[in-house]
Design a protein. Structure first.
Length: 759
């Protein structure tokens, strides 16, 4: 047998052994406001379970299951778990929430508990067999599955430094078999530390089966004899993959198990195919640890600290010696059940063995030179072994003294986690560093069940896939549906104007300048006109100054300097009178119209402009760097210049009710307000905006029109509009969460354009 410990130490594989692939599956039942099992259908906002890779149901229609994709670090795994939790919490009905405990809340009569309602009748029939065999109520016990495998690089390095096995597959199998064997032998300490099911509601127990409710708390009902387990005649060997496969197949053949997946071992060997016999051919891909209760103190059911401890525990399991004998696994199962049934405040029966394991774990941590976070979780485990009140079961038992209190705590935590997930619906936890439109698209894709790969988070680059259909998306709406040249047409505002003018659309007169000196020298052309000064090729309203009245030469030159900071060429155009509206065009149709009100504050007669800005910026919908629906108002040169034109400074005190503007341009990205006009806008302007997208050759664009009267139809004799620009990659978040009116979830329209087969 390989001595893994020596191979690691002699060949300096300390860093390599820490590498691995991680995944987490989280189950949880939906309940209503009265802590009763939800009898409603699976949330309709979620994509079909026949293909959804991330959100499924387990036994019951009310039992949701989150499945993270495999990742190479716990940090990435928790990003996905956070994101999927947000999707789940925001998808359930308003009068339902996710019960935070492993043991269910109030259960109805057995016949009322809904089995999954899916089209695949094989799935329904399988669960009906389970219900008949184990009872429906036991099926509703929920938990965490922790999936882990050592990295391919580590396995290969171990193979290179051993002589016992002839293939990498054999080495990988032996590593993960040893991991599983020792996990099963020493699982009790994990139940001691993280068992979090000391109570069960009386409705869980079935009197017709002579089950009696608990009279006192235990560490984990789920892991005790009252939990959900195979019968005692289900014995599976872990000495070789072939024996593991043969034993499970034999149990199915004898009718002890209805299907292979009915084997509920605390450590399951998983391959890359559903059929268990494929393990003989492909080998073990990872081990699925099914031991863990939901941690009710975490919205995710598991904490980063727990996950780190389990990771280091997994390394310990291949570091120490083991026995391939079935008796060792049987002993581990018995010790785990005994530990689960102990009083939460009692020291464990196997305290000495636990201390020995933790001492060895600390020694390994020193050998591997792990991060300080790993030492912290070891120290916490040692303290909890000495003081049972610090375990999860101990903490819960201190907080809860009755079943009524159990229900109250469950409701408080469950509703709290739902509220937290809904506080900022424009953010996706785990990926909150991305631009907001990208977060919204990612959320909608996860909700629909489209497989997502984040290719480059900082560059907002995603790969989306449904079956064999793949699409690449950058910045939430830049896709293969648009041509390369359309991007450059819209980036160059001069070219945009020329193309639109050639097709008969109304554009403002103006002039382009390549140098600051030439622009300053042309002041005489514009000194008696209302003008707009803006960069030639930027989005987001950067560098724009608007002079509704004739500009003073000093102010005009300052505006030129501001514009040239954003681009190497600028435009000076006539100012069009009217209100600016953003038309969002997708695939030839106007999907949203937004009126953007320039950054402003409303005076109250006592506060300065500066104080009013600071107060307005406290709105939770306002943020920075396009990471919130509205942007904070800035205190920059453009704002100061705009105030000066109105006769104000930042220290002025406006009269009560007076509106003071900080910007002339109405971009949301410079602090403006947003008002939805999609249903109000006259249809003639929507038709015009749609037609403008055609010569630009673009599927997705944001077209800005100045319209004096949006209720008055546009006619050839009186167009009633001026088109000022077309934008590639138009922001979508500002349409989703508006200051006033109906929000428009345009990211869903993007997905429908990309994957029409799903809609």
């Amino acid at each position: 047998m390989m001595n893994i410990k020596d191979i690691i130490k002699v060949n300096k594989l300390e860093k390599s052994v820490l590498e691995g692939t991680f995944g987490i599956e989280k189950e949880g039942i939906r309940v209503d406001d009265n802590q009763k099992l939800a009898l409603t259908d699976h949330p309709e906002l979620l994509g079909d379970r026949s293909y959804h890779p991330y959100i499924q149901t387990d036994f019951s229609e009310a039992q949701l299951e989150l499945v993270t994709p495999p990742e190479h670090s716990l940090k990435e795994t928790f990003k996905w778990l956070n994101a999927l939790n947000d999707v789940m919490q925001r998808s359930v009905k308003s009068d339902e929430y996710i019960w935070p405990f492993s043991m269910p809340a109030c259960l109805p009569e057995t016949e009322q508990i809904p089995i999954v309602r899916v089209r695949d009748q094989k799935e329904v029939a399988y669960r009906e067999k389970l219900a008949e065999k184990y009872g429906k109520k036991k099926q509703l016990i929920s938990g965490i599955h922790y999936n882990f495998s050592f990295s391919e690089q580590f396995v290969k390095k171990v193979f290179d430094h051993q002589t016992e096995y002839d293939s990498i597959k054999e080495v990988k199998n032996e590593l993960h078999l040893k991991l599983a064997r020792n996990f099963l032998r020493y699982q009790w300490i994990l139940t001691y530390l993280y068992g979090a099911a000391p109570f069960a509601h009386h409705s869980f127990f079935e009197q017709d089966k002579e089950e009696t409710p608990l009279t006192k708390p235990v560490r984990s009902v789920r892991n005790s004899s009252m939990g959900y387990h195979n019968s005692t005649d289900v014995i599976v060997r872990y000495d070789e993959v072939a024996h593991y496969v043969t034993d499970i197949e034999q149990l199915v053949a004898e009718g002890i198990l209805s299907e292979e997946r009915e084997f509920y071992g605390a450590a399951r060997l998983r391959g890359n195919a559903k059929k268990i016999d494929q393990l003989n051919h492909t080998g073990i891909e990872y081990v699925e640890f099914r031991l863990f209760d939901l941690n009710p103190y975490s919205k995710l059911g598991i904490t980063n600290e727990q996950a780190r401890f389990i990771h280091l525990f997994s390394i310990l399991m291949i570091w120490i010696e083991d026995s391939k004998a079935k008796e060792a696994i049987k002993e581990g199962t018995e010790r785990n059940e005994q530990t689960a049934s102990e009083d939460p405040f009692a020291k464990p029966a196997y305290y000495q063995e636990g201390m020995k394991l933790l001492k060895e774990m600390r020694a390994i941590a020193n050998e591997l030179k792990v991060d300080s976070e790993y030492f912290e979780v070891i120290n916490q485990a040692v303290e909890a072994l000495e003081d049972p009140s610090q375990t999860l079961a101990g903490r819960l038992t201190q907080q809860i003294d009755s079943i009524d209190q159990y229900l109250k705590v469950g409701r408080k935590l469950g509703t709290q986690y739902k509220q937290e997930a809904n506080e900022k619906p424009y953010l996706l936890n785990g990926f909150e560093g991305m631009e907001m439109s990208s977060q919204l698209l990612l959320f909608d894709a996860l909700q629909k069940g489209i497989t997502v790969e984040v290719l480059d988070e900082s560059d907002q680059f995603l790969k989306l896939q449904y079956k064999n259909h793949e699409e690449y998306v950058k910045n939430a709406n830049m896709t293969a549906k648009d041509t390369y040249i359309s991007h450059w047409i819209m980036e160059n505002k001069t070219v945009t104007k020329k193309i639109l003018k050639s097709k008969g659309f109304n554009v403002p007169d103006g002039e382009e300048f390549q140098s600051l000196e030439a622009a300053k020298a042309a002041y005489y052309k514009f000194k008696n006109r209302s003008v707009v000064v803006k960069p030639k090729s930027t989005n987001y309203g950067l560098g724009i100054s608007i002079f509704k009245n004739s500009p003073q030469e000093e102010d005009f030159k300052e505006a030129l300097e501001i514009a040239f900071k954003e681009d190497t060429a600028i435009l000076v155009e006539e100012f069009a009178t009217g209100t600016e509206y953003r038309f969002f065009i997708l695939d030839g149709k106007v999907k949203a119209v937004l009126r953007r009100v320039p950054a402003n504050v409303k005076g109250n007669g006592s506060q300065t402009v500066r104080e009013l800005i600071e107060q307005k910026n406290m709105d939770p919908l306002r943020g920075t760097n396009h990471r919130a629906p509205l942007e904070k108002i800035q205190f920059g040169n453009v704002e100061a210049l705009t105030l000066k034109e109105q006769g104000y400074t930042f220290d002025s005190v406006p009269e009560s009710g007076e509106i003071v503007y900080l910007r002339e341009n109405s971009n949301i990205s410079t602090g403006g307000d947003s008002i939805d006009y999609t249903d109000k806008m006259h249809s003639s302007y929507k038709e015009l905006a749609s037609r403008m997208a055609v010569p630009l050759g673009v599927k997705v664009t944001g077209i800005d029109l100045i319209i004096p009267d949006y209720t008055k139809p546009s006619t050839p004799e009186d167009p009633g509009y001026t088109v000022i620009e077309a934008n590639f990659n138009p922001a979508m978040h500002m349409h989703a969460f508006v200051t006033e009116g109906k929000g428009r979830r345009l990211t869903r329209d993007i997905l429908e354009m990309l994957f029409p087969e799903l809609y």
